[in-house]
Design a protein around this ligand. Sequence first.
Ligand code: TPP
Length: 363
Amino acid sequence: MARDAKKLSAPAKSAKAATPAAKPFKALVTHSDALPLEKELLLSMHDTMVKARCLEERLIAMYKTGHGYFWIGGPGEEAFNVPLGLLIKKGQGPAFDFCHFHYRQSATLLAMGEDPVGAIRQMKNSASDPYSGGRNFAGHFSKREWNIAPVSSPIEVQYAMAPGTALVQKRHGGDGVTIVTGGDAGTAEGEFASCLVWSSRKGQELPVLILVTNNRWGISTPFEQVQGVEKISDRGVAFGMKTKTIDGNDPISAYLELKEAFEYVRTERKPYLVEARVSRLYGHSSASGANMNTVEADCIAMFEAKLEKAGLLTKPQAQAIRERYTEQLADLARLAKEEPFPDGSTIWDHVFHGEPGRDPFAG
Ligand SMILES: Cc1ncc(C[n+]2csc(CCOP(=O)(O)OP(=O)(O)O)c2C)c(N)n1
């Protein structure tokens, strides 16, 4: 694991010249040498991780060939995001989990059972985009039936909203929890502090699973230039909440550690801050080129090596899975290519204030 952590800490090639080398991570909780999960679960996590990677690669290809205006997404975070999706209690209303995600969560949606065609349609900005009717950026999911709040482009605002849904869930009773995700750089913003404050008031604690995926970059700003803490999870200690920093590049660690955190938040109705160390394999977004970097650790390659060593998967089998998803997603992209953009007349649909001059409360 030390080797992976070292690899992970190296800066992406594209930003190397401009930024100092990041320090290696310390104190990762890891279960990397054992396979303590059922074979079916391991193989299904691998399958969804590959599906998610193929989806992101298809979205990038769409952007690069002019079938989308901007790409942002989560390649490199699959080992954390897939287990997360598997552990969410999905449904609508306060009895179910509320999800305040950021824009790198495609693998979580796939693990929850979402059809990848939605992400492709949003990339193409076709009217058929189920998340925004063709109006928002790629990766900006929203799904009322599963309590997935719309992903926001201004970073970190989701952390200020999370205590709100958690308060509703606490009052409602049951075991629904609120999950909020975001990156490391954004934790320098005030909304993150608001989340820690509002989730942890003594006697009024809230059931929030506060997650931070730390890829050690803002857009091009290295972690060390953003804040002085070594572990973001330490920020929660001052608020008396449970915290941990985990290896988000290992799906087995991520599954077990998230499971423990979910169980605590569901039963104790109190917050838990989990920081997951992850890679960023295609840079920040299309704004930084969306080119693959081979310096950071690839969680799928590492997981495949582990499954192979355990006799659970062969190289040809892994290759076949990848080819199958690559083909399926190319077919979906061809479908979306033919679909129309939203009509101009729909510009005010789903906008809180509606048409200028119209009273938003008029019904
Ligand atoms: C309030 C706000 N400030 C700045 C930006 C520009 N911006 C977009 S993504 C980003 C970096 C975010 O880094 P991090 O929080 O670590 O998340 P990551 O993208 O690495 O997952 C920035 C600064 C923004 N979208 N919103």
